[in-house]
Design a protein around this ligand. Structure first.
Ligand SMILES: C[S@@+](CC[C@H](N)C(=O)[O-])C[C@H]1O[C@@H](n2cnc3c(N)ncnc32)[C@H](O)[C@@H]1O
Length: 447
């Protein structure tokens, strides 16, 4: 620090950093992870970095509502290019929800963050806006809740589509999307049993619960950082949502089978398939993104598992397939990710209504291109983490119209999965504290 400069007030750097990340999502359209990876300046100490991430995720989760509040709290509308100030106010408003910290401390750290960000002239405005929220918050909140976008903190187009697709469930889905996500683990039954792992958790002063139908899933009562998860480093467990553990149960490849995981990164489902079959699958894991595929390799190494990893476009089998058919194919397709919004609140800002038709076209194309790689009698599982029927059973319907040999495979499913009228099953956030995924299993008939 140079002579004469004030030391930054405690908490200013984490608030300022959170605001920068949120502003990057709102303004530059990058993901929160990309925003944090590309922040300018010296990296923060670990504790501040963790706090900045928590604040940025929280602010973005509520930002549609915060934007409506900010409009009522400030005498003049913020200029459209004032993303950083808007983001900082959102971080400040998010902290005012948090009962663990006194409001005065939240306000003063956010005001100091304006200075830390090099915006000392905005400090008075930030102070006045947040103090007004303290005084008039209840009435202002009630006023903005009349608007659905502010009430659910979701874009209007998505609320409308969810209402159309899930008329009986959409309110619970929207409510669940506002909650911080739980921490689900997948127990590696090659290394331990669920009963032994639950006992190990208890011995460590932690608690876990299980979920019907997913024999490997354990939810921690209180999320902790990965480094604090008992048995993680030794490969006894991996972090994976319970709904993401259902595909391996449904596809159930027998040991020795030739399996394709067509969109594999970061590798959760791929590792689960291998663990479930005792590591004995002849499994090819593809991903189009080399950096993401490298994470599959890291995950498999931690777990002592192996697969053939290929950076390739699943939609261009001519460039990577050796011509030997697969017994099982998992297509966990790129999608809108509307089922994982509580984990990735930036999706609400990055996704547009106009994306859905092109995603559905891409999903259908991948299904069409991969289907001929399945041996007769083989099975393909199509999965998305989308809640939108346009990407799920509507894609299925179009696919099956061109493939009469594709038969739906029935299954006994747990009651937290909803049968979708057009075929397949849907996990909805808000039902059993899982992410929202769609699944349909098809068999290739004929010789
Ligand atoms: C939903 S994620 C897969 C998650 C993964 N199955 C898991 O359980 O960890 C979709 C993946 O598809 C990849 N992808 C997108 N288009 C692809 C393509 N044409 N060929 C192969 N991979 C693709 C993306 O890079 C992304 O990693």
């Amino acid at each position: 620090m140079r002579d004469g400069m004030r030391a930054p007030a405690p908490g200013a750097a984490s608030r300022g950093t959170a605001a920068r990340a949120v502003a990057a999502v709102l303004g530059a359209g990058c993901t929160l992870d990309e925003a944090f990876a590309n922040l300018p300046g010296e990296p923060l100490p670990e504790a501040d970095r963790a706090q900045a991430r928590a604040l940025a995720f929280g602010a973005l989760r509520w930002h549609h509502r915060h934007r409506a509040l900010i409009a009522r709290l400030s005498d003049r509308p913020l200029p459209r290019n004032e993303r950083l100030l808007e983001a900082l106010l959102s971080v400040g408003l998010f902290q005012l929800h948090d009962a663990r910290q006194p409001d005065y401390a939240s306000v003063s750290a956010t005001v100091e963050a304006a200075r830390w960000l090099g915006r000392p002239r905005a400090a008075g405005f930030v102070n006045a806006t947040l103090r007004r929220m303290q005084r008039e918050g209840e009435a202002l909140r009630a006023a903005v809740l009349a608007d659905e976008t502010a009430r659910w903190s979701q874009p209007a187009w998505l609320i409308e589509r969810l209402r159309q697709d899930w008329p009986a469930q959409y309110a619970a889905v929207l409510e669940a999307s506002l909650c911080p996500p739980p921490l689900w683990l997948r127990v590696n039954t090659q290394r331990t049993t669920v009963a032994d792992y639950l006992a190990a958790l208890e011995a460590a002063g932690m608690q876990g619960t299980t979920l019907a139908g997913v024999p490997t899933a354990v939810k921690l009562a209180t999320p902790v950082p990965v480094a604090a998860i008992p048995g993680f480093a030794a490969g006894a467990v991996s972090v994976q949502d319970a709904a993401s553990q259902w595909p391996a149960v449904l596809l159930a490849p027998a040991p020795g089978m030739r399996v394709l995981d067509a969109c594999a990164a970061p590798g959760g489902k791929c590792a689960h398939l291998l663990e479930q079959a005792g590591g004995t699958l002849d499994l090819t894991a593809l991903d189009i993104d080399a950096a993401r595929l490298a994470r599959v390799g890291e995950n498999l190494t931690r777990l002592g598992l192996t697969a053939h990893l290929r950076v390739a476009d699943a939609g261009q089998p001519g460039s990577w397939w050796d011509g030997v058919p697969f017994d099982r194919i998992l297509l966990d397709a790129p999608c809108s990710a509307t089922g994982v919004i509580r984990r990735h609140p930036d999706i609400k800002w990055l996704r547009r209504a106009s994306d859905i038709a092109s995603l559905a076209a891409r999903q259908l194309e991948l299904l069409d291109r991969l289907w001929p790689l399945l041996r007769p009698g083989g099975r393909l599982l199509y999965v998305t983490c989308s809640l939108l029927r346009a990407e799920n059973d509507a894609v299925l319907e179009r696919f099956r119209a061109g493939h009469p040999e594709a038969a739906l495979v029935p299954a006994t499913v747990p009651d937290w999965l909803l049968p979708v009228p057009g075929g397949g099953w849907q996990a909805l956030p808000g039902t059993s504290d899982t992410d929202g995924l769609y699944y349909v299993l098809m068999a290739r008939q004929g010789g």
